[in-house]
Write a protein of this length. Structure first.
Length: 768
C-alpha cells in the first residue's frame, strides 16, 4: 500500500476498528519502532491529560487553531514577520486588514460574505449517528512534513507566544480533544504548506500525514503516553498537487480537492450531542465562540434525513443580533463598562423573553471571553444568590458576556486556566464577581423586568393562595416554638394588594447620541462628597441606545481620567437615557482632598467629543451602626411591655404547582419545594402538589381525607422551608450554591417522609 492510498483510507475511515485494521495491514500498528513520543516527551500524558474537561470545549481549540492558521497564512503571504511591528497588533486589526471585516466584527459583513469566508474552514461530521467522527479542515498556512513534529506534535514550545493576532499561546496543539476521541484516542493529521508562502524547506511541495494514538501504561509506567506514527522517525509524505478531502453535496463526504492546508480527524468523538451538526452542536459552539474571528461551515454528511445539512457558524453575537427583536426583552442588550483592578471589560447584559433562552445557552449565566472565545463561565445560579443578586425570577433568562480581551498578561493568567475552558479561583475572580453582583442587583431594567415576571407568575394564583397563608399563620401561632423561630425577619408586604407594575415611560434611544451631559454639576466649590471608605456615584443624561458602549458595530468609547490618571475601579451602566458611573476613590487619598475628574466620550459620527469635568471631595468614613452585643433577645413579659411585638409573622407567599407546570419551575416527580426571593415582599414558596410520594400516600391511605393529607404535606414542606431559610441566613454565607438550591435539594429528600411522619406522630398517645 502506497502512502497516498494509506492516507486516503485513513481519512475516509470512520471507526477505530477500521483505522486499526488499516494500520495492521501495513504492518505499522504492532510495530513499536514506527511510533514516536508526542512532543518528544515520554511523560506527555501529564500535560495532554490536563486539558479541557468537556468534549465541546476541546473541539473549540481545534477551531481556534484553524482560525490562527488562516490569519497566519495571510500574514506570511504578505512577507510580514508575524511577531514584527508591521504585522497586525490585534486579532481585530488582522481581521480588518486580511479579510476586510470592519472592526473585526462579523455583524459588519453580509451573510453572503460570511458564507464565502466560511469555505476556508469547516467541520464535517461523518460516520455513525451515535459515534460520529469530525474532520476539522482549513485552507490555512499548512505545515510541511518536516515542520509537523515541531508544530502539530509539539508541546509547550513558544510557537505563537509573541504573535499578537492569534489565540494560541500555550502550544498544546489542541491536545485536549485526544481524550475524547474514542477509546484509543486516535487522531489523523494531514497537512501541506500554502504554496504562496515563501519557504526553503525541501519538503514544502509534499503532503505530510501521521496518526496519533494513546498507549496504556506498561513496563512499570505510571501513566499512559501518546505517540504518533513516524517510520524511520520521519513523517509519512505524499507527492501530490491535491487530495480529495473536501465534502461535496450531501451525502458526499470526500469529493472536492484540497490544494493545501490541514485536516485533523477525530474518530468516534465522544460528543453528547447526537443530532444534526447544524442543530445542537451549532448552538453549543456559538456559545463557546461568542465572537469568533472567522466564520466556519458546519457540514453534515451522516445518514440523516432533513432539509438542511449545513450552517455557517458566526458566533453567538451574530445570532443574537439577527434575532434580538424576537428573543430579547425591550431595551436589551444593556451596555456596561467595568474596570476592576485596573483591567477594563466590556459587559453585555442580555435578558431573554420567556422560554427563548434555551436555543442560545445551557447553564451559562456569565461568559468570560478573550478575542471572541469563551474562556470560562459562571452558572446561571449566580442570579439566584439571595441577598447579593436576587434575580431568581429571571435567572435562566439572563446572559452576561464579559469581554476580557484588554486584560494584561498577568491578569489573564490570574483569571483563566491554561486550558481556556474554566476560571481560576482567586482574588481577581472574586472582585469581578462582587462587582457584577452589585451591578445586576441594582440594574434598573432587570429590577423592572423581575417585578413584571413575578406578577405574571403569581397573578392568577392570588385568590387560591390567600387562605393558605391564613391557615399557616394560625398553625404557627398555636406553637410558641414555631412562633419564636419564625416570628423575626423582614416584614412581609401583603401580597394580595397587588399594584399594577406596568412599564416605565418608553425610551427611544439613538444609535449615536446627540447629547451626553452630567445630570448634576459638581463644581470645585460644590463638589460631590464621598466618604473615604465608599464609592461615589455620578449620573449622566443621554439619548444613546442601551448598548451604545459595548455593541459590535461602531460603539462609543468612554474614558475617565483624574489629574494623575491613577488606578481606578469603576463601572458605567447605561439604561434608558441614564448612564450611572460608580467609582472608587484613588489609592492614597486623604481626608479633605479635592479630586478633579475628566470624562471623554468618543463617537465616530461626531466632530467634537463629549467632554465634561466634575470634582469629588474626600470625606470622613462611614461606620456601620452597632448591631448589638450578640445576646439573645428576651421574650416579652406577662403584660407584654418588655418589648414590642412584631407586626406580623414572617410568612411566605404560597403557590401550589401541578404536573402541567413542572417545566416552568424545573420540577420533576420527586421535586417538593421551590423558594424564590420576591424582594420587598419576602419569599414565594412553590409546593409541588404532584409529587409522586405525596400522591402515592394519598392513594394508599383510603381511610384518610385526601384534602387533609394534601394540607399536611403542603404545610409540612412550608414549615421545613421556613426553618431552612432561617438556618441558612443565620450562617450569613453566600457560596456558589444558593440557599434556595440547597432547600430544593433537602426537601426533595424529605418529601417521602412528610405524610407518614405527620400521621404516625399524630397517632401517638401518652402512656398510662
Amino acid at each position: 500500500m502506497g502512502n497516498k492510498e494509506l492516507c486516503l483510507k485513513l481519512a475516509k475511515a470512520d471507526s477505530e476498528k477500521e483505522v486499526v485494521q488499516i494500520l495492521k495491514d501495513t504492518g505499522y500498528w504492532d510495530n513499536p519502532d514506527v511510533w514516536q513520543y508526542y512532543g518528544n516527551n515520554e511523560n506527555n500524558f501529564a500535560t495532554i491529560g490536563n486539558q479541557q474537561s468537556s468534549a465541546d470545549s476541546a473541539l473549540v481549540e481545534k477551531i481556534v487553531n484553524s482560525v490562527d492558521a488562516l490569519l497566519m497564512k495571510e500574514c506570511l503571504k504578505r512577507g510580514l514577520e508575524p511577531d514584527g511591528e508591521k504585522a497586525p497588533q490585534s486579532i481585530e486589526k488582522a481581521q480588518d486588514e486580511f479579510f476586510k471585516i470592519p472592526e473585526g466584527v462579523l455583524t459588519n459583513i453580509t451573510p453572503t460574505r460570511r458564507s464565502e469566508l466560511a469555505e476556508n474552514m469547516m467541520i464535517v461530521a461523518t460516520g455513525s449517528k451515535s459515534k460520529p467522527s469530525y474532520s476539522i479542515i482549513d485552507k490555512g498556512e499548512g505545515q510541511t512534513p518536516k515542520m509537523i513534529p515541531n508544530t502539530f506534535l509539539s508541546l509547550t514550545k513558544s510557537n505563537k507566544l509573541r504573535i499578537p493576532f492569534v489565540q494560541g499561546k500555550f502550544n498544546m496543539g489542541g491536545t485536549g480533544s485526544l481524550r475524547f476521541s474514542g477509546e484509543k484516542n486516535l487522531q489523523l493529521i494531514i497537512s501541506k504548506r500554502c504554496p504562496e508562502i515563501a519557504d526553503d524547506d525541501e519538503t514544502v511541495n509534499h503532503w505530510g500525514f501521521t496518526l496519533i494514538r494513546r498507549e496504556d501504561p506498561s513496563d512499570n509506567m505510571k501513566s499512559s503516553t501518546y505517540k504518533y506514527l513516524a517510520p524511520n522517525n520521519e513523517i509519512l509524505t505524499i507527492d501530490s498537487d491535491s487530495l480529495p478531502l473536501l465534502p461535496g453535496d450531501f451525502p458526499n463526504a470526500y469529493e472536492k480537492k484540497l490544494q493545501y492546508g490541514s485536516l485533523v480527524k477525530l474518530y468516534e468523538y465522544k460528543m453528547s450531542m447526537k443530532s444534526l451538526i447544524n442543530f445542537d452542536l451549532y448552538r453549543r459552539l456559538s456559545v463557546l465562540l461568542p465572537k469568533i474571528a472567522l466564520p466556519v461551515f458546519l457540514k453534515e454528511r451522516r445518514a440523516y434525513k432533513g432539509d438542511s445539512f449545513q450552517s455557517v457558524l458566526s458566533g453567538l453575537s451574530v445570532r443574537l443580533e439577527q434575532n434580538k427583536a424576537n428573543i430579547l426583552e425591550e431595551g436589551f442588550p444593556s451596555s456596561l463598562i467595568l474596570n476592576v483592578a485596573g483591567q477594563e471589560m466590556n459587559v453585555d447584559i442580555y435578558a431573554f423573553k420567556k422560554d427563548k433562552s434555551k436555543q442560545y445557552k445551557k447553564n451559562e449565566g456569565i461568559i468570560f471571553t478573550i478575542n471572541g472565545q469563551s474562556h470560562g463561565y459562571i452558572s446561571y445560579n449566580f442570579f439566584n444568590r439571595t441577598q447579593k443578586v436576587g434575580m431568581n425570577y429571571l435567572a435562566k433568562d439572563i446572559l452576561i458576556i464579559v469581554d476580557c480581551s484588554k486584560f494584561d498578561g498577568r491578569s489573564r493568567e490570574d483569571l483563566f486556566m491554561n486550558s481556556r475552558d474554566r476560571l481560576s479561583e482567586g482574588a481577581l475572580k472574586n472582585k469581578i464577581e462582587r462587582a457584577l453582583e452589585k451591578i445586576v442587583k441594582d440594574h434598573q431594567g432587570l429590577r423592572e423586568l423581575k417585578a413584571r415576571r413575578r406578577q405574571e407568575d403569581i397573578g392568577e394564583k392570588i385568590s387560591d393562595a390567600k387562605p393558605l397563608a391564613e391557615i399557616l399563620e394560625s398553625v404557627i401561632k398555636k406553637s410558641p416554638t414555631l412562633s419564636n423561630l419564625l416570628i423575626s425577619g423582614r416584614r412581609i408586604t401583603n401580597p394580595f394588594n397587588m399594584t399594577n407594575i406596568g412599564t416605565a415611560n418608553e425610551f427611544e434611544g439613538k444609535e449615536h447620541p446627540t447629547f451626553f451631559n452630567l445630570k448634576k454639576n459638581f463644581s470645585e466649590t460644590k463638589p460631590k462628597g464621598c466618604p473615604i471608605n465608599q464609592k461615589f456615584r455620578i449620573q449622566f443624561e443621554t439619548d444613546a441606545n442601551n448598548d451604545y458602549f459595548t455593541r459590535d458595530n461602531d460603539p462609543g468609547h468612554f474614558k475617565l481620567f483624574d489629574l494623575d490618571d491613577s488606578f481606578k475601579d469603576f463601572n458605567l451602566n447605561l439604561w434608558n437615557g441614564i448612564a450611572t458611573l460608580n467609582c472608587e476613590l484613588p489609592p492614597g487619598v486623604n481626608l479633605g482632598d479635592l479630586i478633579e475628574y475628566a470624562v471623554e466620550i468618543k463617537d465616530s459620527h461626531r466632530v467634537d467629543d463629549f467632554k465634561m469635568k466634575f470634582f469629588v471631595k474626600v470625606e470622613p468614613p462611614i461606620t456601620k451602626k452597632n448591631a448589638g452585643n450578640g445576646q439573645r433577645v428576651k421574650p416579652p413579659g406577662k403584660n407584654g411591655n418588655d418589648r414590642k411585638k412584631p407586626s406580623a409573622l414572617n410568612l411566605p407567599n404560597i403557590w401550589e404547582v401541578k404536573k402541567d407546570e413542572w417545566e416552568k419551575h424545573n420540577f420533576d416527580g420527586q421535586s417538593a419545594l421551590l423558594v424564590k426571593d420576591s424582594g420587598e415582599e419576602g419569599y414565594d414558596f412553590y409546593v409541588n402538589m404532584s409529587n409522586v410520594y405525596c400522591l402515592s400516600e394519598i392513594k394508599s391511605r383510603t381511610k384518610n381525607d385526601p384534602e387533609i393529607l394534601k394540607a399536611q404535606y403542603k404545610f409540612g414542606m412550608v414549615l421545613i422551608g421556613l426553618s431552612l431559610i432561617k438556618s441558612f441566613e443565620d450562617e450569613n454565607k453566600e457560596d456558589d450554591e444558593p440557599i434556595f438550591t440547597k432547600i430544593s435539594s433537602i426537601t426533595k429528600g424529605i418529601a417521602p417522609m412528610i405524610i407518614p411522619m405527620i400521621t404516625a406522630l399524630g397517632d401517638l398517645e401518652p402512656s398510662k
